[in-house]
Ligand binder design. Structure first.
Ligand code: A2P
Ligand code: MG
Ligand code: MG
Ligand code: MG
Length: 355
């Protein structure tokens, strides 16, 4: 099968990085800093990015990576660097063959910084470029909610392989998706899911482990004969998507169920496995550009589970023009059969706002 090696590498690399993020999640000190755009970053984000880029470079040394983080803060702060280096050394897959497949341990703290800085690609529509979000939903991670470790391979600008680890989602694909999921999450028993998809080959889920990969199960979106019955997902953070516009859209579609708010690409995962149906992300600002690492993996998953993902105006997402989706505004993900109907209503709501 095409991209078999890339998929396995991505699944194992995300699984190893999740060992690290889980250890930070359950610890009191998360080494949180505030970035220049006022968003938070933790020792978990730095460690997970270093581990995943080292894995990619061990198997595919010529591939580029667009990663969210870089090593500047760690180079400027040796104590923080040492904290991350301790975590990175501890994060090992328990199965030696699996650990070997992702290149074994990172050899030194300098190699760790080099790996972390390996995510500086400017992106583009030529060749093989990975998009990496080492912790997506850092605010959820800090709040005790959902978060995700997200990795996608783009080929000539098209998301082709997508892998997402969600340490706080229930393993059961049909576990009820209710409002508690965004606020009442923990990584205790029965939690932790690893999603994977390759363009043209379908989407899967399996339990996230700390060693070998579990056997995958195929996932598909729910058939949704009547859009009024939909469960829709949206961000927890009101600054990331417009809760007001999303409520108007839901009302116009006849949806009566309360929205499910959760952080991160766990939203794409939840609709891909049929736990929810729609993901609405309407812009809150005219200037914010969505980042490719916040969507590439989730888009492959939803497409392969039978869904369609476009921007809020129904326009195809263009992942091949740099580190952001600057040609697009907002995101709408829905089962193929109802996507056009949802876009029609989204456009109505957006155009009513203009005047
Ligand atoms: N103004 C904004 N609009 C949309 N998304 C944003 C905005 N600011 C930050 N984000 C990004 O949204 C993602 C989380 O989305 P969600 O709310 O769905 O969990 C994060 O990756 C976050 O980026 P960052 O990683 O820089 O914090
Ligand atoms: Mg993110
Ligand atoms: Mg992130
Ligand atoms: Mg971030």
């Amino acid at each position: 099968m095409a991209y078999e090696k890339e998929l396995e590498l991505a699944l194992l690399a995300v699984q190893r990085a999740a060992i690290l993020t889980k250890s930070v999640y359950s610890s009191h000190s998360k080494g949180t800093l505030t970035k220049t755009d006022s968003s938070p970053v933790t020792i978990g984000d730095f460690g997970a990015q270093a581990l995943i880029i080292a894995s990619i470079k061990s198997a595919f040394p010529n591939d580029e990576v667009v990663g969210e983080e870089d090593a500047d803060d760690l180079r400027a702060n040796p104590d923080l660097k040492n904290l991350v280096w301790d975590l990175v050394q501890q994060a090992k897959l328990s199965d030696p063959a699996a650990q070997d497949k992702i290149g074994g341990p990172i050899k030194s703290a300098d190699d760790m910084l080099k790996a972390l800085d390996g995510g500086a690609s400017e992106g583009g529509n030529k060749g093989r470029i990975w998009a990496l979000d080492p912790i997506d939903g850092t605010k959820g991670f800090l709040r005790g909610g959902q978060y995700a470790v997200c990795l996608a391979l783009m080929v000539d600008g098209v998301p082709t392989v997508g892998v997402i680890g969600c340490p706080n989602l229930p393993v059961d694909d049909k576990a009820p998706l209710d409002s508690k999921i965004g606020t009442d999450a923990d990584d205790k028993e029965g939690k932790g899911v690893l999603f994977g998809a390759v363009k043209g080959q379908g989407a899967t889920s399996r339990a996230l482990t700390d060693g070998k990969l579990e056997a995958p199960k195929t996932i598909t979106m729910s058939p949704l004969p009547d859009v009024a019955q939909a469960t829709f997902c949206e961000s927890v953070e009101a600054g990331h998507s417009s809760h007001g516009d999303q409520a108007d859209i839901a009302r116009k579609l006849g949806i009566t169920k309360a929205s499910v708010r959760m952080d991160s690409q766990a939203k794409y995962c939840s609709i891909a496995r049929g736990a929810g149906d729609l993901y609405l992300r309407l812009p809150t600002s005219k200037t914010y550009q969505e980042k490719i690492w916040d969507h590439a993996a989730g888009v492959v998953l939803v497409q392969e589970a039978g869904g369609e993902v476009t921007d809020a105006y129904g326009k195809q997402l263009n992942f091949g023009i740099g580190r952001t989706l600057k040609e697009n505004k907002g995101i709408v993900a829905a089962p193929k059969a109802v996507h056009a109907k949802v876009i029609e209503v989204v456009k109505e709501v957006l155009s009513a706002k203009k005047d």
